[in-house]
Design a protein around this ligand. Sequence first.
Ligand SMILES: [Zn+2]
Length: 659
Amino acid sequence: MLFPTGHRGAATPAPVVPSTGRLTPLGLDQVRITGGPWARRQEVNATATLAHIEHWLEREGWLGNFDLAVSGGLAEKRRGREFSDSEVYKLLEAMAWELGRRPDEDLQSRFDAIVLRVSAAQEPDGYLGTRFGRPGQQPRYTDLEWGHELYCQGHLFQAAAARARTGRADDLLVDVARRSADHVCATFGADGSQGICGHSEVEVGLAELGRALGEPRYLAQAALFVERHGHGVLADIEFGRSYYQDVVPVRQSEVLHGHAVRANYLAAGAVDVAVETGDTELLDAVAGQWARAQARRTYVTGGQGSHHQDEAFGDDWVLPPDRAYSETCASVGSVMVSWRLLLARGGVEYADAIERALTNVVATSPAHDGQSFFYANTLHQRVPAEHVDTDVVSKRAEASLRAPWFEVSCCPPNVARTFASLAAYVATVDDGGVQLHQYAPAEIRAELPSGERVELDVVTDYPADGRVEVRVVAAPAGDWTLTLRVPAWSASARVRVDGGPVREVGPGLVAVPGPRTGGAVVLDIDAAPRFVVPDPHIDAVRGCVAVQRGPEVLCLESVDLEAVGLGAGAGGGAGRGVDDVVVDTSVPPWEVDGTVYVRAGVLGAGAGAGDSNGAGWPYTAADDVAPRPRPELHDVPLVAYHDWANRGPATMRVWLPTL
Ligand SMILES: [Zn+2]
């Protein structure tokens, strides 16, 4: 059944509002992040990133394409790639969430001005797109493999859902999206074209717009698109049809595969369809794909996609750190899937995955000033990256420092919309009480499904400190339960309710009786730095360790190695640095004033096989390998991976070979 009675899609200002499921999401009007690193990210996003993106969309002509659709000349003068419209819609979504979070007259008028330009380009039958169908352009929907027409409209739908849910269901953007969605349903419905889009997104967009507007036709259309995948609907291409998930039907697939962003967006749409239609077989299938992708196809950072050529998942265990593609958008997509599964099922593993991807990939992309971005997120930079001109579009997604804009600029607005709606991922409610999934200083002013009010203040220095105090500002009248996440990365944790006895708790969900008004629950998570070892199947990093402190994966950057006298040139070989580092794991990582150190050295010349110094042959008969001289060891500082490359070009690695 689609949208059973009790439909709540329009009322909650949050990105995902299923009409049923294990947990109920809270909106931006119910949860506010009040401090800490996430609040800083939100502030930079609001005050710098949104305007930065708007500037580049204007400068590159991607906004102007909508004007050309009206004035004519689109065929000759259109600028940008075939999917450039989608970046405008993602900016609108980010602006809509930001306006929902904090009204702002200037932002409101900028938002309205863009919507006017977009709406003017809509054709009478509802079609919206600047790349196809006008005089002199290729006809509509004649390149479903690469044209991205439905993909772009899917992002329009998500933007409109954000607007409708933040109290503006009467907005012009919502009207535009409704007409576009009606057009898509009329064109691709059961009796229409049986096509799908080569880049999934329209599925999740239609589902969310349908929820937001209470329109079951949009969800039914999303279901059609999901079910059509896997039947060879699209043409075979150089990467194979698995690139766009068109080899195996979604409900029969065993693991996320193909292009990592496409795979995650499709999975997100499939969860939406499964939840709304009560299709447990489909939900189980996606949950299984998610689990195997996490277990065998995900980097320690939460990043996904090891293929550069097709931006795709590798086979199981193919996770080379120096060839990690790990596109920022793939992690935004993985957060979308994990969050939907969390709402549907309530499993702690989903919130763990969200924390990992947000902390170590999504937060890695933008520079501190929010005006340049990583597209790909390697785990091992062997050669210092190139300097990037802050005034030039980057032609490549990789091998540079953070760039202000890309020819394919999907990642910056994806980060922006995620940050603007971040508060929605902090907590949920159910009949029994409140669940805290992500830790940040926050105010929660929520209503339980029973209609009872609960008000909580979260006080914490997380992730710098593992203590999280939940103060009850207003408790519900009856008994209630507070559920806390003890992250899988923690060695131990203790919980204390209202000054009562301290209880040791393991990783997982910890449910405690909710205190009365004025009471508090304190959770102490051991966030001390630890070595992490990889599954031996991941050959590329066998014999290495990573260091994780709380949710943050750390890395070694050459600037820090040089500062302790172990930089390039140390140990007798040119180009030495992070590639030659070895860590003494007999000494656990330790922390001094917020900086984590390891005991490490750099292998010298003549270290045996693999030490060619650029000359000779790097392979040696096993019998002839000389014992490696033990290097001099130093205390070497690490930095959070999300902070790397903020000090100029450097080499870097996450996985560290052991002594
Ligand atoms: Zn991207």
